[in-house]
Design a protein around this ligand. Structure first.
Ligand SMILES: *Cc1c(COP(=O)(O)O)cnc(C)c1O
Length: 395
């Protein structure tokens, strides 16, 4: 048995998305900007996809801008907030220390352009406090960006509350909702956000496509100059097969969300219950304020990379955190932001479950992880030292 438990990195394509994309690739080759019949047909498909994505988010179609993915949407949101702020002489941004690198590195870029950025600490439960945001607001704050669901530990942030206090102060608010859309209900009106990012491949759509919701009246900054596509805010012939596939995946995910949430949450609870029985293990992030599928644990005395390789060999695809940083030897910036020490932050395991995972697959994970952990501890000098009580335990 081989179990894919890395849905926070990416998800398999849903049958609905595959069918929509195949038909589009085969039949709908027209350029949506062309005036002839094939072009107009492609335009109709593009408009339908935009209307579908908008409806799933409680937005208007004119508020959806298609992008090449979550990273581009995040960059566009930060640059939009910065550009609008700069026009009014506001050059301060607030974000958190545990955002995705698409937000963090865009913020660093803006720092090099002369903006001041406050990176808020996250509490040890993996939740940002609205009062910390309120305390960081300044008269020159242009934009606040706080993610809805963290991609490494799965905690849900109080985005509606933070958006409300930003609105009261006349400050723009963006949320990176890439790990939330298609998994938990996301309604831009209920959240009260000005901008929101999503990515198709995190909810069983294709890779390389995403969207930025940008509230009516706000014009997103242009990152790609070119033709008049996306109402003049992003040049380039639209990636229609991917856009159509993303819309089909989101419609599907929205239609089955209630039952999928119940199923995935039950599997996650079984994982947490089983894996926290391993001696000297620790669940990272709030016990319940989390998205259905993501679990992140540390096992004392274990090195994250070897755990992943052994799990792969035993039939479990997992991650040590973000797919973008695994492979590098840097500890997770998310776990460091929670206040975990370096040596612990280096040894984490993220399991992220999807609707197609089964109870039998969870049973396989629950059998394999304890075996691999005790095997690796048996070979670990660090664990030996800890067992001998020569170093204090951290749990
Ligand atoms: C995956 C992810 C992104 C980046 O999306 P891409 O489509 O891979 O560019 C941004 N933010 C979060 C929270 C993510 O999980």
């Amino acid at each position: 048995m081989y179990v894919y438990a890395d849905h926070a990195a990416t998800t398999p394509l849903s049958p609905a998305a595959l069918a929509a994309m195949t038909a589009c690739l085969r039949d709908d080759y027209g350029n949506p900007s062309s005036l002839h019949t094939p072009g107009q047909h492609a335009r109709e498909l593009l408009d339908q996809a935009r209307a579908t994505v908008a409806a799933c988010l409680g937005a208007a179609p004119g508020e959806i801008y298609f992008t090449s993915g979550g990273s581009e949407a995040d960059n566009q949101a930060l640059l939009t907030g910065a550009a609008l702020g700069a026009k009014k002489g506001k050059k301060h941004l607030i974000t958190t220390a545990f955002e995705h690198h698409a937000v963090l590195h865009a913020a660093k870029h803006l720092e090099r352009q002369g903006f001041a950025v406050t990176y808020l600490d996250v509490h040890d439960d993996g939740i940002v406090r609205p009062e910390d945001v309120a305390a960081a607001l300044r008269p020159d704050t242009a934009l606040v960006s706080v993610m809805l669901v963290n991609n490494e530990i799965g905690t849900i942030q109080p985005v509606a509350e933070i958006a409300r206090l930003c609105r009261e102060q006349g400050v723009l608010f963006h949320t990176d909702a890439v790990q939330a859309v298609g998994h938990i209900p996301v309604d831009v009106q209920a959240l009260g956000v000005d901008m929101l990012s999503l990515a198709g491949h995190k909810f069983h759509g294709p890779k390389g496509v995403g969207a930025l919701y940008c509230r009516k009246g706000l014009r997103p900054e242009i990152l790609i100059e070119g033709g008049a596509q996306e109402r003049g805010r992003r040049g380039g012939t639209e990636n229609l097969p991917a856009i159509v596939g993303m819309a089909a995946a989101l419609q599907d995910a929205t239609a089955t969300m209630e039952q999928d949430m119940a199923h995935v949450t039950a599997l996650r609870e079984a994982l947490i219950d089983g894996l926290t029985q391993i001696p000297h293990s620790r669940l990272n992030g709030h016990r319940t304020q989390r998205c259905p599928g993501t679990v992140n644990l540390c096992f004392e005395g274990i090195e994250g990379e070897s755990l992943l390789l052994w799990l792969d060999a035993k039939g479990v695809a997992a991650s040590s955190g973000s797919a973008c940083t695994s492979g590098s030897l840097d500890p997770s910036h998310v776990l460091l932001a929670l206040g975990l020490p370096h040596e612990i932050a280096h040894g984490s395991l993220r399991l992220s479950i999807g609707a197609e995972n089964t109870e039998a697959e969870i049973a396989h994970i629950l059998k394999v992880v304890p075996e691999v952990v005790s095997y690796l501890r048996g070979m670990s000098p660090v664990w030996e030292a800890l067992e001998a009580g020569r170093q204090p335990h951290w749990i």
